[in-house]
Design a protein around this ligand. Structure first.
Ligand code: PXP
Length: 247
């Protein structure tokens, strides 16, 4: 049976990094959005970090105006919920955030959540849903975290593919793939949309695109890195071809 279409979310934080590094008004993020969408990106993903290290508030509002579909990655804070409600992206993905980390290193730590934190999660998720935003949680691929995501009211999960992407050991690769595959089926059976992302690149995407029930893959760093050599448009076309050839 032919696999259903897998949507591609292109994360443009790394383009904003270049802008922020020199506090310039270039590169123009809306020009990047236009190229991404023309090349076949289904959704534009941005992460407004609490430390504003790449995307700035004004970038987020500008991108909202020029993109077709926006996926807004955010920490589980009231500040971010307020911004999201005002920004009105199509999707919000709640992610863990640590100031010292280079990037989002793992999924949300849902297993040890005290009742008070669960309540904050539930309240924030319902505030976002009430605005018409579809809410996803960035989680490690475990059945337990999927069950908690459902309990908290999420409509989707994004499975963290970092452990899969980081390992070079064949046995470990199989273990990580099996965890993602099991989680994908489990989340789908629970009525959740299944997205995945982190550390995906031109070498490993072929395997990930074979996972069952994947709705969307979110990719940033590798696409922007490849675009240095071949341009943003071709970098996206190239990764989409690999995803689409994985039947
Ligand atoms: N999905 C989420 C939730 C993320 O936080 C990130 C990193 O910002 C990505 C996907 C993209 O990861 P990468 O830049 O490694 O492709």
């Amino acid at each position: 049976m032919k696999k259903s279409y897998i949507r591609l979310g292109v994360n443009i934080d790394h383009i904003a990094f270049i802008k922020k590094a020199r506090e310039t008004n270039y590169p123009d993020l809306c020009r990047a959005v236009e190229i991404c969408e023309d090349a076949g990106a289904d959704v534009i993903t941005i992460h407004l970090r609490e430390d504003r290290r790449h995307i700035q508030d004004k970038d987020a509002y500008q991108i909202r105006q020029c993109c077709k579909e926006l996926n807004f990655e955010m920490a589980n804070t009231l500040e971010m919920v307020k911004i999201a409600k005002d920004l009105a992206p199509n999707y919000c993905c709640i992610v863990p955030e640590k100031r010292e980390e280079k990037t989002t290193e793992g999924g949300l730590n849902l297993s040890d959540l005290p009742t008070s934190s669960k309540t904050i999660f539930k309240d924030n998720i319902s505030l976002l849903k009430d605005t018409g935003i579809e809410v996803s949680l960035f989680i490690n691929p475990t059945r337990n975290d999927i069950e908690i995501s459902k309990e908290l009211g999420a409509q989707a999960v994004e499975l963290h593919t970092g452990s899969f992407s980081d390992t070079t050991d064949e046995n470990q690769l199989k273990i990580e793939f099996d965890k993602l595959s099991d989680s994908s089926i489990y989340a789908h059976d629970m009525g959740l949309k299944v997205n995945a992302g982190h550390g995906l690149n031109y070498m490993n995407i072929g395997k990930i695109a074979k996972l069952p029930h994947i709705n969307e893959l979110n990719i940033g760093h590798s696409i922007i890195a490849e675009s240095v050599y071949c341009g943003l448009k071709d970098a996206i076309i190239k990764i989409k071809r690999i995803i689409e050839s994985c039947d």
